[in-house]
Design a protein. Structure first.
Length: 362
């Protein structure tokens, strides 16, 4: 299967490794930053792979069957729609887009064209998360009461200074949209997806050189009667502390923790059908960074979905749901009141003046 990667930034090594692990035919890489592209090609032995600065030229000449989009977030939608028009199957890095309008267009265009569109929420493939999901699908929790997602990370001037688009409303968003959306996706997925309302608060406490938030807190009411709590920040000193997911049900309690919810730390169910310590040992992973090991199985699933004409495990609609929840938190925080879902017309650019009165340059 002919594969191409658009975007050679921070996350690109995970895509390159996943493509290789799945024996894809790597036909092209693309980036407007020639130096970044050449560095990745040299580092990962891709010097014989064709390089492009114009993705439209790449699509026309190479005609890839599968494309991964790993550019800055604000460019995801336009590139995705062009790829779909060219008949390419897609893996789109999170977030799938920065507006509900664009996310809807991507999902609908993919459906009409008959191509696979996957949102790159790779943590769904963590062994820990798969074990928890299995327990939910088997009804082991009984009635679900509530769940919480905590993302307590550090992002400093060194991180933001390496790419001017980071922390901007036009191309990124803040902590919730960039760093926290993976765990926000998991929380929504685990608690039934359908949300009634969201109450959020956001602030920029420690990063006066970015436009968006570095702290987000939210209360979520799900239509099935359960509740969710989100706490996300990039203000933790001096380094990433944890990413955790708690679920509390009538007959079960779990905690997934570690750098990227990559291990189970609590596993208690009334049915006692498995040994908690054995579950913890069997599902523990120790990834080298917060990106985890999920890209390779995500790619494997997408390839199988393409070959067997089915939806991928993580669909474009899933990516749209994660985006919707983040935007709902932004909207609630800006308006100071709960927001009802579904959210139809909302974009990060709706909040471009959110912290405009404050200093935005180092």
């Amino acid at each position: 299967m002919k594969y191409a990667l658009i975007g050679c930034g921070r996350i690109s090594p995970n895509h390159i490794e996943a493509a290789r692990n799945n024996n894809l035919e790597f036909v092209a890489i693309c980036d407007i930053d020639q130096k970044a592209m050449e560095e990745k090609a040299e580092k990962f032995g891709l010097t014989s792979v064709n390089q492009y600065s114009d993705y439209k030229e790449m699509l026309e000449k190479e005609k890839p069957e599968l494309v991964a989009i790993a550019t800055e977030s604000g460019k995801h939608a336009a590139i995705a729609l062009d790829c779909i028009k060219s008949g390419c199957n897609l893996i789109i890095e999170k977030p799938i887009a920065l507006s509900m309008k664009d996310a809807t267009e991507i999902v609908e265009a993919g459906r009409k064209k008959g191509v696979v569109v996957c949102a790159n929420h790779q943590n769904r493939f963590n062994r820990s998360i798969q074990k928890i999901r299995d327990a939910i699908e088997k009804g082991r929790f009984g009635k679900m009461f509530y769940g919480t997602a905590h993302i307590r990370w550090c992002r400093d001037w060194n991180y933001y200074s390496k790419a001017k688009w980071r922390g901007t409303w036009e191309q990124d968003g803040g902590a919730l949209m960039n760093q926290c959306i993976h765990n926000i996706d998991l929380l929504r997925w685990m608690l039934g997806n359908e949300i009634e309302s969201v109450m959020g608060m956001t602030d920029r406490l420690n990063h006066d050189y970015i436009e968006a938030e570095d702290l987000g807190i939210a209360l979520i009411k799900f239509k099935n009667g359960s509740y969710g709590i989100v706490e996300g920040t990039t203000n933790v000193y001096p380094k990433n502390l944890e990413e955790t997911l708690y679920l509390f049900g009538e007959k079960g309690t779990i905690k997934a923790g570690g750098a990227s919810v990559n291990r189970i730390e609590e596993w208690n169910f009334s049915d006692s059908i498995d040994d908690p310590e054995q579950v913890k040992a069997e599902t523990a992973e120790n990834p080298p960074n917060v990106y985890g090991f999920g890209h390779t199985p995500l790619y494997a699933d997408v390839i199988d979905a393409i070959n067997n004409h089915r939806d991928p495990y993580v669909t474009g609609e899933d990516g749209k749901r994660a985006l919707e929840l983040v935007l709902a938190i932004y909207k609630s925080a800006a308006e100071g009141q709960p927001v009802k879902l579904p959210l139809e017309n909302c974009s990060t650019m709706d909040f471009k003046d959110r912290f405009a009165e404050r200093k935005t340059e180092k």
